[in-house]
Structures are given as C-alpha cells and as structure tokens.
Design a protein around this ligand. Structure first.
Ligand SMILES: *Cc1c(COP(=O)(O)O)cnc(C)c1O
Length: 489
C-alpha cells in the first residue's frame, strides 16, 4: 500500500531525491502554474486573435526539425517554445469565429480533467486496475443512452472519436451476423467518410458498400434504400448494416430515422446511426424531436469532442446490447487472467480495439458536474438558434442564397450577387475567392463543400463562445467580399 502523505512530500518514505526523470516538487508546482496562466490568458485574448493560423512545411521544418537533444534545457524555454513555435501554428478551432468543419471548443473543467487524468494516469482497460474510472465511464454512457432514448440495459464504450466508434459498430454488426461472405452495408451519399474507411479496415470491398442517393433536402432516399435491399436479397447478398446520418457533416441533415429503422429490421440488418456531432441536440426538445427514430438504433456514434464541448479525444459508441460489443472484441489472454472479476465488473478493453486506454469519460463527467446540464442545453440551443438566424439572414440578403435548410447548427449558402444569370464557373470562382479572402485576413475561418455538385460556403455554429454578432459579422464580410470581387474589373 502506498501511504497517503501530506502535500509537498515525496510519495515514497525515505526518498529524498526525485529520481532520474523526476522533478523537485516546488519546481513541478511552478511549471504547472505557469501552464495554467498561459492557458487562461490564451482563452481571455482569443476573440481578439486571428481565427486561423497555419504554416507551410518548409517553415515548420526550419523551426522544428532537429536531433533529439542529449542534455535537457530550461523547462521555461521548452514550454515557451512549445507555445510559440508549435501550438500557435495551428487552427484556432475554439475561436468564436472559427465556424469551419465541425469546431471543438472545450470547457475549462474538461481541460482540467484531462490534466488530472494525465497526472493520475489510470489504466482504463480493466476494472481491476480502474474501478472508480470504469464506474464513471458506465455512468456517463448511461447518461448518453438516456439522452437519446436507448432502453435500460444499453451500454457502450468511449473511443478516440467517431471514426473508431463507426468501426466498432461495423465489426460488432459483422460478428453478430456470423461474418457472412457476401455482405453489403448501406450508407447515404452524404455519409461520413469514416464509414468507408471502417469498411476497408473490416475487409468489406467497395462492391459491398451501397451508397444511397439523397433527396433534394439531402436526406437518404428511403425508397431507393428499400429497392437496393430487396435487389441484394434476391441476389443472395446479406444486409450487414444500414447507417443513417443524424447530423450529416455537409449539411447537418438528419435522415428520416424511423422508416430506415423499419427497413433495417425487415432485412435483418444492424441499424447504426452516425450522430457523431448531431446526437447531442437530443439535450433540447427541438433537437430530440429532429432525432426521432434514433432510439431504435442498434448502435449510435457520438463525439463528445464536438457538440459536448470536450477537448480531443472523446468519442463514444453506444449499443442497444452491450454483449454484442463484447462478443466482437473480448479476448482474454493468460497474462490478463487476474482481470476477470465477473460480469458486473466491466473490462472496457473488451469493448473496442484498445487495451491501454485513457480515461476519457472524466472530462464529460467533471464538465457536467461543475457547470450543470442546464448550461449545456443552453449552449446547444444557442447554436441551433444562431444557425437558423443565419439561414434567415442569407434568405433575406439581396446577394446571398441558401443551398440547404439550416440543420443542427449548419448553414450552407453562396454568394450570388445581383446578377440574375450567372455562368456557373464564374459564380463558383467568386465564392472560392470569398472563402480564400476570409481565411487570409484571419477574421474568421469558414469552410466550403459541394452540394449536388454546387460549390457551397458553409458555417457550422457549434461553439459556446460564438455569439450572433460573430455570425452576423462573418455574413457581412462575405457580402462585402463578394460585392468587391464583382465590382473589380
Ligand atoms: C466527425 C464525424 C465523424 C468522425 O469522427 P472523428 O471523431 O473525427 O473520428 C464521423 N461521422 C460524423 C457525422 C462526424 O461528424
């Protein structure tokens, strides 16, 4: 047993020097406070800093490429260099005007939790080594299941992110189906690329992926899904998994989940819902209504590092039947025989790829314990409202037009100016130039996509720091940049 010692003393009795790789406790404190001060100052000044920063490889090479030093250096100098030369040369994904891709803007309790976890370094693979942390992982997963309406007895596992969760779902589905030789998975053509990668890892060839087209609102065409399921059944090809989107990355669209669930059931396919970012909309009534049908899923992917405001990495796979995960992933070699403590004591290593695992649930738990779920609901509702308001602004603008309905915080639109008939290439050119000019001056970071082949600007308002004033200012910049480009000879 390690005895508890008063703070400031070293943990092992009779040991006065900190060891080969240790540090003096006073120095540890001083450096820790220095890092806290740096982070708090960064967060305070973030809105005044550019929304985006990057560098080309030749510059980063000359700054950083060097042999590993044989002798240590001043820790202050190393921290300062890590900030100046490394961390600052990155997208400011938590900046209030970073509305590109899917932003991630962590809470402070979430950041502190990751620091605590790194310092305690629990081994979150087995109950034997990690009882308290495993219980918290169970608790947080149960919260998630309740939020989206999965029944009592559902469960899951924290993962590195949505990609790992999607892969886990696919492997669980394949194992449950008995690994059929000629199996097909069904995804919408708006599905996230990680499902395609998961298929490749799981040994499903491109011919085994049916990409179902979408309707004009970017929802999976359910009749086409039914037609292909039937065609493949007639050809003797098993339906392994049907994946619906609940918050597609391009447009935020939610597929018509309940009819897809019904089809999946009819064809004995595993029903997976990729709700990586969108699933947390379930915390507000309006979002829960949009997600209707998600509660029928066999599995759901969630990414707390997106719309639950946690630092990377935090993904999660929820399953209706946790034994399906253990049937797919559990392997107990002789050297882990001590870790089998009975069914009640969950070994999370048996639910995914990872044996050594970090304790990712703590950041969610500490954030919610500290701030309260009510404030998360408010932040999610604010993002929904801002996107709808942005869609309204775009619809009323004399020079912008929406390209998709606002959905789960995402707005897709483009500049069209006052010209009534555009050459499509020229119009695309103007929008590409608008996007480039916004990134260049650092005011905001937006991204672009293609919808039914049309170049689209895209705003994803999913940051608790972002205000309507930020979004409005971005839209005004887009209008101005477009007008200037059109006026130019
Ligand atoms: C982000 C995202 C993923 C991938 O998740 P990672 O955490 O980046 O691995 C998958 N699906 C959807 C819908 C996403 O938004």
């Amino acid at each position: 047993m390690v005895e508890e010692r008063p703070s400031g003393e070293l943990p092992l009795p009779g040991r006065s020097d900190p060891g080969i790789l240790g540090m003096d406790p006073q120095e540890m404190r001083r450096l820790g406070y220095k890092v806290v001060d740096l982070l708090v100052e960064r967060w305070r000044s973030l809105p005044d800093a550019p929304a985006f920063r990057s560098a080309v490889r030749s510059d980063t090479e000359s700054l950083l490429r060097e042999p590993a030093p044989e002798e240590g250096q001043s820790p202050d100098a190393v921290i300062e260099r890590a900030v100046e030369d490394v961390l600052q040369l990155a997208g400011r994904i938590d900046h209030p005007r970073f509305v590109a891709f899917i932003p991630s803007s962590p809470t402070w309790p979430g950041v502190l939790a990751d620091f605590l976890v790194a310092g305690y370094n629990p081994f979150q693979g087995t109950w034997l080594e990690s009882a308290g942390p495993s219980q918290v992982e169970l608790v947080v997963i149960e919260w998630f299941c309740q939020w989206i309406g999965l029944p009592e007895g559902s469960g899951g596992v924290f993962t590195s992110g949505g990609s790992a969760a999607n892969l886990g779902a696919l492997v669980a589905a394949r194992e449950r189906a008995g690994h059929p030789a000629d199996a097909v998975i069904y995804v919408s053509d708006q599905g996230h690329s990680s499902m395609e990668r998961a298929a490749r890892i799981a040994g499903i060839r491109p011919a085994g992926i049916e990409k179902i087209p979408v309707d004009e609102d970017f929802r999976m065409d359910v009749e086409e899904l039914a037609r292909r399921l039937e065609l493949n059944r007639a050809a003797g090809r098993a339906a392994l998994l049907v994946c619906a989107n609940a918050g597609a990355t391009n447009t935020g669209v939610v597929d018509t989940l309940a009819p897809i669930a019904e089809l999946a059931r009819r064809y004995h396919a595993w029903y997976h819902v990729d709700a990586a970012y969108g699933g947390f909309a379930s915390l507000v009534p309006e979002g829960l209504a949009e997600l209707k049908g998600i509660e029928q899923a066999d599995s759901v992917t969630l990414d707390p590092h997106k719309w639950l405001f946690q630092p990377y990495e935090a993904g999660c796979l929820l399953v209706r039947d946790p034994t399906s995960l253990e049937d797919a992933f559990a392997v107990t070699p002789e050297y882990l025989q001590d870790t089998e403590l009975g069914m009640e004591q969950i070994n999370f290593a048996n639910r995914s790829l990872q044996l050594s695992r970090s304790f990712k649930a703590l950041k969610v738990w500490m954030s919610i314990q500290t701030l309260g779920l009510g404030r998360f609901r408010e932040a999610i509702q604010a993002a929904l409202d801002q996107a709808k308001r942005a869609h309204g602004y775009v619809s009323l603008s004399s020079v912008l037009e929406p390209l998709a309905p606002a959905s789960l915080g995402v707005v897709c639109f483009r500049y069209v100016g006052k010209v009534s008939s555009w050459d499509p290439k020229a119009l695309e050119g103007i929008n590409v130039a608008i996007q480039a000019s916004l990134i260049k001056d650092g005011f905001a970071m937006m991204s672009s996509t293609r919808l039914h082949g049309v170049y689209s600007l895209r705003i994803c308002a999913m940051n608790h720091r972002t205000t309507w004033e930020d979004i409005e200012a971005i839209l005004q910049r887009v209008e101005e940049a477009g007008n200037e480009l059109c006026a130019a000879p």
